[in-house]
Design a protein around this ligand. Structure first.
Ligand SMILES: Nc1ncnc2c1ncn2[C@@H]1O[C@H](COP(=O)(O)OP(=O)(O)O)[C@@H](O)[C@H]1O
Ligand SMILES: Cc1cn([C@H]2C[C@H](O)[C@@H](COP(=O)(O)OP(=O)(O)O)O2)c(=O)[nH]c1=O
Length: 189
């Protein structure tokens, strides 16, 4: 199983991943960007806003993704892999290009490997506003609420277009309710 937790910033991905870690002690927990040695360097460059060109920034994330697939996902294809973000974020956050074009590019990066389970935590505008007000924001999060809601829509569109097995969960539910829905989905219920 290659399961991924997706959602815009503050959707609750880390919270749920921490719970999954105790439930799946043998699973491989990984993330994009930054799941490999090269990826940790690319992550710093991408998140510090070092690239002046949006296209350059996209390729930093895509280089991270290619390395991650090769080094982490493919060698563990017979294990349970649970990843914080994936190709879905890659496509959704690259707002300068069309989704269909991005699917082609990203499938090159992943050598056509796709997640088997996508869990999308979906925020309402009100909840997003509240959660962003509670934290210090990095350069991507500082782009604002409308920007992030557009990304969230692009995530949903991408998931549907890729025709992957998915669940959309209301991120404003209680932490334990979300946890239960994720467990049911991963167990195929
Ligand atoms: N279901 C929830 N209800 C209310 N607050 C939540 C919920 N899940 C997470 N949070 C809070 O929202 C903030 C962002 O959560 P986090 O797990 O760090 O999100 P992400 O990893 O997606 O950025 C944290 O302060 C966290 O405690
Ligand atoms: C995977 C990916 C993430 N991102 C963005 C989403 C996030 O704002 C940021 C890094 O995600 P994340 O690791 O979730 O950041 P944090 O742990 O600080 O919450 O990079 C892209 O712009 N493109 C991508 O391809």
């Amino acid at each position: 199983m290659y399961a991924v937790i997706e959602g815009i910033d503050t959707a609750g991905k880390s919270t749920q991943l921490n719970l999954l870690k105790s439930k799946y002690p043998k699973a491989i927990f990984t993330k994009e960007p930054g799941g490999t040695e090269l990826g940790t360097k690319l992550r710093v460059m991408a998140l510090n806003g070092e690239a002046k060109s949006k296209v350059a920034e996209m390729f930093l994330f895509m280089a991270d993704r290619a390395e991650h697939i090769e080094q982490v996902i493919k060698p563990n294809k017979n294990n349970t892999i649970i990843s914080d973000r994936s190709i879905i974020s890659g496509i959704a956050y690259s707002t300068q290009l069309k989704i269909d074009q991005l699917i082609e590019l990203n499938l090159i990066a992943t050598d056509n490997t796709l997640p088997s389970h996508v869990i999308l935590l979906e925020l309402t505008p009100e909840e997003l506003k509240y959660r962003l007000s509670q934290k210090e924001n990095d350069s991507i999060e500082l782009r604002g609420i409308d920007y992030l809601l557009n990304i969230q829509n692009r995530m949903k569109e991408t998931i549907k277009k890729l025709n992957i097995n998915y669940i959309f969960i209301d991120a404003s539910l209680k932490i334990e309710e979300i946890e239960m829905k994720i467990e049911e989905f991963m167990n195929g219920k």
